[in-house]
Each structure stands twice: as structure tokens, then as C-alpha cells.
Write a protein that binds this ligand. Structure first.
Ligand code: TEU
Length: 552
């Protein structure tokens, strides 16, 4: 058993734009985060991951960076950052920064130089190709944000690659000067004393020849190219290995077996990765996330159990239900319709995830049971992914009607996660005294931090308890995992075992009262936590959205 701090830690993700505005600008900022450190300390988390806070034209809310070593003016100054880091460290909280180096903004000076002429010394820092017959993209590689991944640049007549928006040109990692510039920027932040990186789409940095070749043929996606592993090992050697930090790679499309290459204990690459299989559990083969499918619990269990067992002992899991790119967990996997169902299901979902093996990530507001936003019209939408998808699927190809697309965005759009943090029941949920950059969810009057912090029955207090249990019981960090009742479509029941002890985690993913299956060990040992009072738990009946944990 190899002890490392990041295996025992709980991470809290902050989306700074929507966390707390200290100036009245309508946009959250660094001083707003500093103000709320005591709230986070009270919750009990150990690490704060900040979504990007660098200078950016904000086509993709900071995931399009124009200067890696400057703080976005909207968020404050470098002095504000230094104060935040010091104040966090004083409280024993670590800070992990978002590292977005698959691409830059098209406003980054590297790209401006690169596009200025075919012979500029930085031309090769990005990926340029001739078009087919001068007028068609080099090949059929598609952008993750709709349309072609190639954009023609009028100035030099060539196409550049952008796996995301056209304002996010991909860096050419094959060029050693690019790698060296990125590694020295990383060291600059690490020398400031930050505690690690969350690496944006880091598995996409290695582009295989087929993806870049000029041809009319379909090209393969690139989630696990061998070049990526070479670059990550070099990054480890050049930058990461000199510091006691944590690293988590965001890796769409990566399988559990590939995850062992990225985050294996002997891999010399990353500490852990974010898997996407769970996030894709209700995806549609044709329209991807834009659909009205409801997940099947047996699929959720299959995916989560696979990652638990295949990584146990050889690599480390990250555990998350949602983030700034995903709908709210309680709306997606639970029930946000009535107040009681919302509170019960939010606690049940937290239990199910937090008692697995891996490092849990809480996305801001999740600890309050915040819900999806009831968007009514296109005016409510801010996200470039949703707007591009609307253009493609409604305006250009008529795959969906306007109403169908709004319904799909209401279910899966990223803005659901990006509405402001709900601090209290005053105007704009106490997030800002100005006009918020995105509408506050109207349910803030009921769902807010102020109402929950002192309430021992709140979702917040329940998260606090779960986090404290992880610190108290090594079985939660180190135990192995066994799934029970794999085919049951309503119950998610598993065991964790460690040094002769067994943890039973019993979760009802439905609002129904069910008969309790035998043979799980329910009721044996001591009750560690439940979202029902002990007197409400029956041996014969499972309560709606029940979560119960016993330790023997
Ligand atoms: O996300 C990468 C990614 O795969 C997402 O685009 C995801 O597939 C999609 O949002 C799900 O709907 C990262 C960041 O987390 C995201 O916010 C950025 O927009 C993206 O990279 C580009 O930097």
C-alpha cells in the first residue's frame, strides 16, 4: 500500500467565473474565492482545482488562453492570486491549476506570430496544412465543437487544426520548442508553490500521422496515441518530477486499460485521469450528448465497477459525477422535482461515489444539491458548444427542431453547471451585487449555502460527514471493491474489503419503496451513514433514494 496525499484527498472544483464576485462586475473573481476559503475549509475538502484564471478572450470561458502567465483582468491580478494561494496554504488547502496546452487562444502571441506568414519562426508551433484543391479542408477530422477541425486562414491560404472552437488552434507538440515553452511555463507556476495541475484534454496532444494526413478518407479519433505518452513522460521528467504535486489528466475517449498507461503506478506519467465512459452512459450513437435518453442503472454499474476493479492496485481512479462541462448530478442521475426527492437523491448519489476507491471531486454547488437550469430560450445560453451545436443541428442540418434542441440543451448543456453559486437568498443568490454574466437559477431562494451550513439535515452537512468518514476509515481509501446485484435496475449495492473488514454500500437509485434483497449483509455491523434515520431503516423494505452504509 503506497501512501500518497492525493489518494486521501477530496478535491473541490471552482469555476471562478461563477463562484463569487467581490467587485459587482457580474463575474466571479479571485478575491471572491479568498473570501470563501473558510466555507471550503468547513466543508472539509483538501484541494481546490481552479478552472482557468488566465488572460483569455473567453470564447470558451478561459479554456482559450492568450497568456499563460497573466491573470485575467476580470478575475483580478497576480497579487490577488498570490494572496489567494497564501491564504489557502495557511488553512492547509492546496491549489491545483488548470493546464490547457492542447491548444491556445487564437489571440495568443504565439498564434499571431505563427499565422503571420508561412516562414515565421513560430509557423511550426501550430498545425498547418494545405487544403485539398485549395478550397476543401485537408481531411475529414471533425471538431469536438461541431463542423470541421480545420479552418482556412485567409492571410496565408493554409488551414490550421482546431479540435475545439476555431478560436482554439491546436499546438504542435511534435515541435520541441513548443514542449520546452510549455514545460518552462509549468515550472514557473510550480515554483510559485501551486500544488498541481488538472490537464485539459491532455490525451489529445499527440496527433498520429493519419489524423494529420491530407486525404478525403475518414480519420480515426486520437484518444490514446503513443506520441502522447512520449510527451507526458518527457513532461514528468522535465517538470513534474521535481515537485510534490498532484496531476489529473482529462482524457475523453480513454478506456480503463489505456488509463493504466496514463496513470499506472509505474507509468511515470500522471497520478490519475478523468474517465468519460460514465459521462457518455446516455449518449446517442448519432447525436451524442444531445438526446433525451435516460441512463440505465445496470450500465452505470458496469462502467463504474469496471474502473474500480481494473485500476485497483495498479493505477488510481478519480471519482466524479459532474463538472463544469456536465449537467448537475442530481438532475441527471437523481430527482430534482420535489424538494424531498432532491435532498434524498443528492445524498444518495454522494454516498455511492464517495465510498468508492479513488479521489473524489466535488463540483461547486454539488454540495448544496444545486440543479440544472430551466432555460427557456436561446438568450439564456452562453456556451459556445451549445451555440455551435444549435447552429449545426437546427440551422444547418435540421436534425432537430428548435424546441427539440432547446430540450436537449436543457438536459445536457454545459451552462447547467455554470449558473452562479447560490450563497444565500438575497438578490442574485449573493453571488454578485451587479448583473450576473449568466442568469442565476431561480431556485436559489430555497437552495443556498446559508440555509444549509447550520442545518444538520442538509446536503451540505451530509457531504461534510462523508468527507470526514474518508479521513477516518482507511477502508474507504484502500479497500477493494465487489459489485452485488449487477442486473438490478434500481439498486446499486457494493462491498469494499480491507484488512478483514467489510463496508456495505446500499443505494436505491429510484423513488420507490422496494423489498430488500437478502444476502447483502444489510444491518450487520455498525451504521456509518445513511440519508434516513436509523429508526426509518427496515430490514424488509428499502426506502426511496435510500443510501445506507454499514461497516463490519
Ligand atoms: O473539455 C474537453 C471535452 O472533451 C469537452 O469538450 C466535453 O467533451 C464536452 O464539453 C462535453 O459536453 C475540456 C474542458 O473541460 C472544456 O470546458 C473545454 O471547453 C474543452 O476542454 C476545450 O478546452
Amino acid at each position: 500500500m503506497n501512501k500518497q496525499w492525493w489518494k486521501e484527498a477530496v478535491v473541490y472544483q471552482i469555476y471562478p467565473r461563477s463562484f463569487k464576485d467581490s467587485t459587482g462586475s457580474g463575474v466571479g473573481d479571485l478575491n471572491g474565492i479568498t473570501e470563501k476559503l473558510d466555507y471550503l475549509k468547513d466543508l472539509g475538502v483538501d484541494v481546490l482545482w481552479l478552472s482557468p484564471i488566465y488572460e483569455s478572450p473567453n470564447v470558451d470561458n478561459g479554456y482559450d488562453i492568450s497568456d499563460y502567465q497573466a491573470i485575467s483582468r476580470e478575475f483580478g491580478s497576480m497579487a490577488d492570486f498570490d494572496r489567494l494561494l497564501a491564504a489557502a496554504h495557511e488553512r492547509g488547502l492546496k491549489i491545483v491549476m488548470d493546464l490547457v496546452v492542447n491548444h491556445t487562444s487564437n489571440q495568443h502571441k504565439w498564434f499571431m506570430e505563427s499565422r503571420s506568414s508561412r516562414v515565421n519562426p513560430k509557423r511550426d508551433w501550430y498545425i498547418w496544412r494545405d487544403g485539398v484543391d485549395g478550397s476543401r479542408p485537408p481531411n475529414k477530422l471533425g471538431s469536438i465543437f461541431s463542423g470541421s477541425a480545420w479552418e482556412k486562414d485567409a492571410g496565408t491560404g493554409q488551414y490550421y487544426l482546431h479540435l475545439f472552437a476555431k478560436e482554439q488552434p491546436d499546438l504542435n507538440w511534435r515541435n520541441p520548442e513548443v514542449r520546452s515553452a510549455v514545460f518552462s511555463m509549468m515550472k514557473w507556476w510550480l515554483d510559485k508553490g501551486i500544488d498541481g495541475f488538472r490537464m485539459d484534454v491532455i490525451n489529445l496532444i499527440g496527433k498520429p500521422d493519419e489524423a494529420l494526413a491530407i486525404s478525403g478518407e475518414p480519420v480515426d479519433p486520437i484518444p490514446n496515441d503513443k506520441l502522447t505518452h512520449t510527451y507526458l513522460q518527457e513532461m514528468r521528467c522535465e517538470a513534474l518530477s521535481h515537485y510534490d504535486i498532484m496531476t489529473v489528466g482529462e482524457t475523453p475517449g480513454v478506456t480503463a486499460s489505456a488509463a493504466r498507461q496514463f496513470a499506472g503506478f509505474d507509468a511515470n506519467e500522471l497520478n490519475m485521469v478523468f474517465q468519460f465512459e460514465l459521462m457518455d452512459v446516455d449518449a446517442d450513437p448519432k447525436t451524442g450528448k444531445w438526446n433525451q435518453n435516460r441512463y440505465r442503472l445496470s450500465d452505470v454499474k458496469k462502467i463504474m465497477s469496471k474502473w474500480q476493479t481494473e485500476l485497483h492496485g495498479v493505477a488510481w481512479n478519480s471519482l466524479y459525477w459532474n463538472n463544469h462541462d456536465q449537467p448537475r448530478v442530481v438532475s441527471r442521475f437523481g430527482d430534482d422535482f420535489c424538494a424531498e426527492c432532491r435532498v434524498r437523491s443528492a445524498k444518495m448519489l454522494a454516498t455511492c461515489l464517495h465510498l468508492m476507491q479513488g479521489t473524489p471531486y466535488i463540483y461547486q454547488g454539488e454540495e448544496l444539491g444545486m440543479t440544472n437550469f430551466p432555460i427557456q430560450s436561446l438568450d439564456d445560453i452562453r456556451d459556445v458548444e451549445s451555440l455551435n451545436a444549435y447552429r449545426e443541428l437546427v440551422s444547418e442540418s435540421a436534425v432537430f427542431s428548435h424546441e427539440q434542441m432547446l430540450a436537449a440543451i436543457r438536459k445536457s448543456g454545459r451552462d447547467n453547471a455554470r449558473t452562479p453559486m447560490q450563497w444565500d437568498k438575497t438578490a442574485n443568490a449573493g453571488f454578485t451585487t451587479g448583473v450576473p454574466w449568466i442568469t442565476v437559477n431561480p431556485n436559489y431562494v430555497e437552495i443556498n449555502a446559508e440555509a444549509q451550513v447550520q442545518d444538520s439535515a442538509s446536503v451540505f452537512s451530509y457531504y461534510k460527514k462523508l468527507i470526514a468518514l474518508r479521513k477516518q476509515y482507511p477502508i474507504i481509501v484502500h479497500g477493494d471493491y465487489e459489485l452485488l446485484l449487477p442486473d438490478d435496475e434500481r439498486l446499486f449495492v457494493y462491498h469494499r474489503c480491507f484488512e478483514g473488514r467489510t463496508l456495505l454500500v446500499f443505494c436505491n437509485f429510484s423513488g420507490e419503496t422496494l423489498s430488500r434483497p437478502s444476502g447483502t449483509g444489510f444491518g450487520r455491523g455498525s451504521l456509518l451513514i445513511s440519508n434516513y434515520a436509523e429508526t426509518e431503516l427496515a430490514a424488509a423494505l428499502v426506502q426511496p433514494w435510500e443510501a445506507t452504509v454499514y461497516l463490519t
